[in-house]
Design a protein around this ligand. Sequence first.
Ligand code: HDD
Length: 709
Amino acid sequence: MAKSSKLANGKPAAAGPATIHDQKLQRGEGGELHQFAEGDVPVLTTAQGGPVADDQNTLKIGPRGPALIEDFHFREKIFHFDHERIPERVVHARGYGAHGFFENYKPLSKYTRADLFQRAGERTPAFVRFSTVAGSKGSFDLARDVRGFAVKLYTQEGNWDIVGNNIPVFFIQDAIKFPDIIHAVKEEPDSAFPQAASAHDNFWDFISLTPESMHMIMWVMSDRAIPRSFRFMEGFGVHTFRLVNAKNESTFVKFHWKPKLGMQSVLWNEAVKINGADPDFHRRDLWTAIQSGNFPEWELQFQMFDQAFADSFEFDILDPTKLIPEEVLPPIPVGRLVLDRMPDNFFAETEQVAFMTQNVPPGIDFSNDPLLQGRNFSYLDTQLKRLGSPNFTHIPINAPKCPFAHFQQDGHMAMRNPVGRVNYQPNSFGEGPRESPQRGFTPFADVEQGAKRRLRAESFADHYSQARQFFVSQTRGEQHHIAAALTFELSKVKTPVIRERMVSHLLNIDETLASKVGTGLGLKTMPKPADAAVPTRQDLEPSSKLSIVENGPQRFEGRKLGILVTDGTDAAVLKALQQGLAKAGASFEIIAPKVGGAKASDGSWIEADQMIDGAPSVLYDAVALLPAAAGVQDLLQEHTARDFVADAFAHCKFIGYVDTAAPLLEKAGITQDDFDEGVIPLGAKEAAGFVERLGRLRVWAREPGVKMK
Ligand code: HDD
């Protein structure tokens, strides 16, 4: 609150030291001091700069009104408030962004002339926005959904946007189907629900009538669609693009972002509970990591190939429902992306950032992927609707950070003040910018020919083989999650024929999967397999890179331990744990019966981060139970304390416990017989070893026993 404002009773608020916020207010954009300041404190003004005497009461006749329309301060304040919202994105409405940089490892001039890849160690400023697809702006973070992974690189040759997802394939092969898939997945138009959920008739109706979506469906029903953190997801450019070098030679490329901290997802049962306990779980995670100096990092890797590889590969490299397995074509590391700064203001940057697939610098080019070609049209169009003016590139987050010069002018909200008389070229006055055939973007001179038709290429017709390959590449547990996810989603579909039609597709992917889902849905008879344009190939090698569990981090770095304490908690154990976590680059939160904290065994005070009711164990990657003998008796009476432990166990998490916590384990239904390698006795000496074991993240062997769906 500005210090000059008055309290509701009309008295001035107590003046304190000026905050950073105030300091900013005090200086205009050019750094000039505000005209009005009382001591250190800037005076509240209207948007026109006029000082405001009273911001608590409208202008009235007499103390009880009527109000006067001449109250320009009230009118302006409410006018602006009434217009605070802009249309949310039609897809990917809920998102969270951060600033950072891309650092190039070594010159790549052999493949691309793009300036950002010419020098080792060169840093290019970046802004990244992660998102869900289906939910509205205020929806929860842990929806089962694809995650957007959109990267804007402010290169010296203009902005380059890699507008990707955390899944390397897509639902549809042609952009003309995009409105249909999105209409189908979003809330149904009559009831306006469900929000941020694909578990409804319209979505599965469309999917079951669209066999090309089957590969993507395997991904979306896998744990990839419920990531633990944005920091632990892969990103993909999805389409095949081109790199073009100075000699105008082209190399095909697929973009991969690999998280430095490894991949990790949550279980569906956890996701449901996280959404209730902390709908902003992913936002909070990114915010906290960056604000505490733990900057998330991804490696950019290129899968590069030539026309000969494209011709010999099993599938069409222009088909966005297919990937190239990493075992077949290993990706090559080319640089790293680090996110090290949160926006000062969410709206100004994260909400107003405009990504566009067509933003490419010279040296990066498109392929003929029909989905990409359609996207290149759509993204410019949508910015005009959402940001309201063709001058959306004037908004700082969208403006290039390299020199730029053009003759585009005027329009709503023009922010620039061009000088001089010349606003066209060529001109006789030798003024203004001119095109540069050497430096400018030159499309790769591919030769195209063919009849003008609306046609789907026959080479796009195999819809099941890679869906099967993905499924068989998962661990047994991950396969079980896919079956459970399909059963859950289809159980929400009211129209039986849609459920059956989906199972008929699954029969073309994997019979065991189909029969698990069919049984789970209580189908009386199994349907026939769906007609397939191309029979499913059984010979594609499993690709272990497709599994999250097979590519786990094996370390607890970047993860969070929930430590449950009470009065009397053993201070030495707590200290040893905290030291072990610090060494591992991990964090923790203290959960106590009361948020005020608890008194440790040595009389010291343990500050708590959460009270037990506000911090279910789903918010943590592992838990440590450190209650003292007296404290545990109170916890036994608390449902939330029992759930804390029971859920941690059911979610296959590591649980460290001191002797005095044993009754709580028992009360949570975990008997000595259930104890496994993940239920670990804790003393001060064991703390370091405990943290080391947390690197495995989950005890998956426990899962069949706890029968989690
Ligand atoms: Fe899209 C937003 C990713 C297909 C049309 N898309 C959007 C965002 C991401 C993607 C990450 C959010 C960007 C941000 O954070 O602001 N979209 C994809 C991927 C696709 C894809 C990986 C397939 C490979 N999209 C796609 C198609 C179309 C669109 C086929 C239309 C023909 N997408 C849009 C859009 C959005 C968008 C309507 C909404 C807001 C925006 O662009 O700026 O234009």
